[in-house]
Design a binder for this molecule. Structure first.
Ligand SMILES: [Cu+2]
Length: 226
């Protein structure tokens, strides 16, 4: 079934303190060429209020994951216990290369849907992608200035992204079959909006630890216990 269990522990090396944005593509701070990636200032609190009264039938899922360690935030994925088809993402996810930096540093994509890799620099880059769980190469292509390479990730998981020409460039792709995949904030807070009702497995990836829980989404707000 879905390959949550195949998602590896791929966050090492990515320094990210980021706002939680409940959409598929989370555009974040850039994946810097330096070790000391800048932290995003003013991360939006993830404890967002439930949807406004205009949408009384909406369901949100909130909770608290482990806090960031060394700037590495938790990743949370909700997967329906009963297999379900989801609409493809409204926009094709894009990982750009700008000033020798992958942007965003962490990109969520939907398994089975195309993802674009672009070179907006005036120098040649290559994009080398490796599946974290298996350490197997996914692809390695040179992308000339202004060009786009499109890849469809066929398996859920964490993927490490690098450029051999510029070894300081590093980023990560997180592919999920479920549309419910987000980053926690630095304190570990997270919030999903507009979750369809039903039973879900919650997987929290925190550094090398994986925490699994099950929840039943029914009311306006479902809280994932610590
Ligand atoms: Cu490069």
């Amino acid at each position: 079934m879905t390959a949550s269990s195949a998602i590896g522990r791929g966050l090492s090396g990515i320094v990210a303190v980021v706002p939680v944005i409940p959409v598929i593509v989370v555009a974040l701070l850039s994946g810097g060429c330096s070790e000391n990636g800048a932290k995003a200032p003013g991360a939006t609190p993830a404890t967002a209020a439930p949807p406004a009264a205009a949408d009384p039938g909406a369901h949100s899922v909130v909770g608290k994951a482990p806090a960031a360690v060394n700037g590495i935030v938790s990743v949370i994925v909700l997967e329906p216990q009963t297999p379900r088809e989801f609409q493809p993402p409204a926009e094709r996810p894009l990982m750009d290369q700008v000033t020798q930096t992958f942007v965003p540093a962490i990109l969520f994509v939907r398994t089975g849907q195309p993802t674009d890799f672009k070179n907006s620099d005036d120098v040649l880059h290559n994009v080398r992608v490796r599946e974290d769980a298996t350490k197997s190469g996914t692809f390695n292509v040179a992308i000339p200035t202004g060009q786009i390479y499109t890849h469809t990730f066929e398996r859920d998981g964490f993927y490490d992204v690098g450029c051999d020409i510029h070894p300081g460039m590093a980023a990560q792709v997180i592919a999920t079959s479920s549309p419910y995949a987000i980053l926690a904030d630095a304190a570990g807070n997270f919030s999903f909006e507009n979750v369809e009702p039903g039973a879900y497995r919650v997987t929290i990836y925190s550094g090398l630890d994986t925490i699994e829980k099950t929840i039943e989404v029914a009311g306006a707000v479902t809280t994932v216990g610590e």
